[in-house]
Design a protein around this ligand. Structure first.
Ligand SMILES: Nc1ncnc2c1ncn2[C@@H]1O[C@H](COP(=O)(O)OP(=O)(O)O)[C@@H](O)[C@H]1O
Ligand SMILES: Nc1ccn([C@@H]2O[C@H](COP(=O)(O)OP(=O)(O)O)[C@@H](O)[C@H]2O)c(=O)n1
Length: 208
């Protein structure tokens, strides 16, 4: 079974994806980490994010083996940089085969990102579109960054989230949007447990 989870920044996609994968014993891929990793390599090499050719080259040669263990990828700067390089079609193309093949050896897979239900796995058995009010998402990300010891200011994070959503929704290639057959779950007033229970109901109802 394939579960696709899409939605805007800090809506809780990763948290939900991880829990659903644990519940069903499936593999889980946070696809945002791929774009974050491309951005990180460019930044480490002092290559401008505007260099599409270099970004494509990095994406084609990306080492995808240790993404989960790399806490630097989860910082605020990398999220912003990821949304710049993710707008380049050749970068997206370079990362597509890996995402499509992910979980083929497992009994099922959960992938979360922006275009899983629309582009990566339009054939997914269940598609969830996770949303929450921008203010609530900014509160969540603020708490998360402070918890990781990063300097973080609520107003600045809210601005970053709005700008990133705008860029992700309005790009010409694989824009952030709910697939026609996705079920939308608004988690603004749901804590992580309640969101998981709601998501579980949706998955169970759609399970083949
Ligand atoms: N329903 C929820 N209520 C409150 N906090 C949440 C909820 N879901 C996730 N979080 C927290 O919000 C932050 C962002 O969640 P995450 O799953 O990383 O979102 P995304 O993958 O959509 O960016 C994390 O610190 C996470 O623990
Ligand atoms: N499938 C995906 C996943 C992420 N992305 C891009 O990568 C950026 C970082 O994604 P992320 O999921 O790690 O970000 P958060 O939602 O965790 O803040 C997003 O703002 C998107 O621009 C994408 O274009 N397609």
């Amino acid at each position: 079974m394939i579960i696709a989870i899409d939605g805007p920044a800090a809506s809780g996609k990763g948290t939900l994806g991880k829990r659903l994968a644990e519940h069903y014993g499936f593999a889980h891929l946070d696809t945002g980490l791929l774009y974050r990793a491309v951005a990180r390599v460019l930044m480490d090499r002092n290559i401008p994010l505007a260099d599409r050719e270099a970004a494509t080259e990095v994406a084609l040669n990306l080492d995808v083996s240790h993404l989960e263990d790399d806490s630097r990828l989860r910082g605020a700067a990398m999220g912003e940089a990821a949304s710049v390089v993710s707008a380049y079609q050749p970068v997206r193309n370079a990362l597509l085969a890996f995402q499509r093949g992910f979980g083929a050896q497992a009994s099922g897979a959960v992938l979360d990102g922006r275009d899983i239900g629309t582009v990566v796995r339009p054939d997914a058995d269940v598609k969830l579109f996770i949303t929450a009010a921008p203010e609530e998402r900014a509160r969540r990300r603020h708490r998360e960054l402070l918890g990781r010891g990063e300097q973080a200011e609520y107003e600045r994070i809210l601005e970053d989230i709005r700008r990133r959503d705008e860029r992700d929704m309005n790009r010409s290639t694989a824009p952030l949007k709910a697939a026609a057959d996705a079920v939308t779950l608004d988690t603004t007033h749901l804590d992580p447990d309640a969101a998981f229970q709601e998501a579980l109901k949706i998955v169970e109802a759609k399970r083949p």
